[in-house]
Design a binder for this molecule. Structure first.
Ligand code: SF4
Length: 366
């Protein structure tokens, strides 16, 4: 994105006001910045590999959840070169439980491209960063600003909330994204753009929180229009949420006499792509008929139903899985046996870990 010149895109007084607004935030950041494992401390050069890794992990995921996954990755693969040389299955395995698994596949693909096409150095322009697997507009801007301290407009959900309050934007965020971006563009200073990006993220995470903003601690209290109304938590304006649809499926738990369990790899494309699963049926918007279960079961056998259901929430739907169990010695097509004690070291997403947990509970109580 082109940066605005003071006094050209903006009037001089508006530009001056925006500079003062940014500078209040930067002063606050100098005193209250979060200590994050991927963040450079003052005087230290930011490490683009760490910033990229953290930004990919933080997409749709909270800092508190990311910390331990980030630490595991950095301990195992401290540099991009080491990550690029890793086996993809090991990367997926360490990602298991963090969700949104396309991120892990793209992370690995991105490491290969940066090694192969850029000699192991991440490009330093938003445009070139955006051409890499898994890096969209937000992540490209965040890396440009934070790792290279270059001017870039970083707008995520936190920033949108803060700006919707600062300027009392009266329509829900989904309807006002271009306006919010314009406001963010005007506020982003030419001096210290990297610190500014991190400062507004910290403000959203620590002070201007969704339910109960701590306005008395905010550097923008005197400027904030939502604060002056007395009910800042009423911004951003809400859009009525459609109820999430529910889907239904069946998981087939097949155990051998030596206690090994059948697993298989999900196709790369689609939900939980590339991850390991306990074989499951297709997920429908209605419970499966017996005929459908028979048609999709990996082996022809007599199935027992485990008491209880596994419930899991995805971004766009809720899922209910019934678990069927059976014993077998044959290996179904495209599947493999895994000793039960090793099952947790497989690249099992959270949904599959819930399946394992429910089966174990049922087996322990029988
Ligand atoms: S004054 Fe309150 S509502 Fe306004 S930006 Fe600060 S924390 Fe958010």
């Amino acid at each position: 994105m082109n940066k605005p010149e003071n006094g050209t895109m903006l009037g001089r007084s508006t530009a001056g006001r925006n500079d003062r607004t940014a500078s209040l935030l930067l002063d606050w950041y100098d005193r209250h910045r979060r200590l994050l494992p991927w963040r450079a401390v003052p005087g230290e050069k930011p490490d683009v590999y760490r910033i990229w890794l953290s930004e990919i992990m933080l997409q749709q995921t909270k800092v508190a959840t990311v910390r331990s996954f980030y630490r595991n990755f950095i301990v195992k693969w401290p540099t991009l070169t080491q990550l690029a040389k890793a086996k993809r299955t090991d990367v997926l395995r360490l990602w298991a439980g963090l969700g949104y698994y396309a991120r892990a596949r793209n992370l690995y693909a991105c490491a290969q491209v940066v090694m192969g096409q850029y000699g192991g150095n991440f490009p330093d322009t938003e445009e070139n960063l955006r051409s890499l697997p898994g890096i969209g507009s937000y992540t490209a801007a965040a890396i440009t600003a934070i790792a290279y301290n270059q001017w870039a407009v970083v707008v995520d959900g936190n920033v949108e909330r803060v700006l919707a309050r600062l300027y009392t934007v009266e329509k829900p965020i989904v309807e006002t994204r271009p306006l919010l971006r314009q406001l963010a563009t005007r506020l982003t200073p030419q001096d210290r753009p990297g610190d500014y990006a991190q400062a507004i993220m910290d403000l959203g995470a620590l002070i201007c929180t969704p339910r109960s903003p701590k306005c008395v601690e905010c550097p923008w209290t005197r400027l904030c229009k939502a604060h002056s109304t007395g009910t800042p938590e009423c911004w951003p304006r809400k859009k009525t949420k459609a109820k999430k649809p529910r889907r239904y499926g069946v998981a087939f738990w097949i155990e051998r006499s030596d206690g090994a369990v059948i697993l298989r790899r999900r196709p790369d494309k689609g939900i939980l792509g590339g991850m390991t699963e306990i074989p499951t049926s297709v997920w429908y918007d209605h419970p499966l008929s017996e005929r459908s279960v028979r048609a999709q079961s990996p082996i022809k056998t007599h199935w027992e139903t485990i008491p209880g259901l596994v419930r899991h929430s995805f971004t766009h739907f809720n899922l209910e899985l019934t678990i069927l169990t059976a014993e077998a010695e044959r290996t179904p097509k495209d599947a493999f046996w895994c000793p039960k004690r090793k099952i947790k070291s497989e690249a099992l997403p959270s949904l599959m870990r819930k399946v394992v947990a429910l089966v174990q509970t049922a087996q322990n109580s029988s």
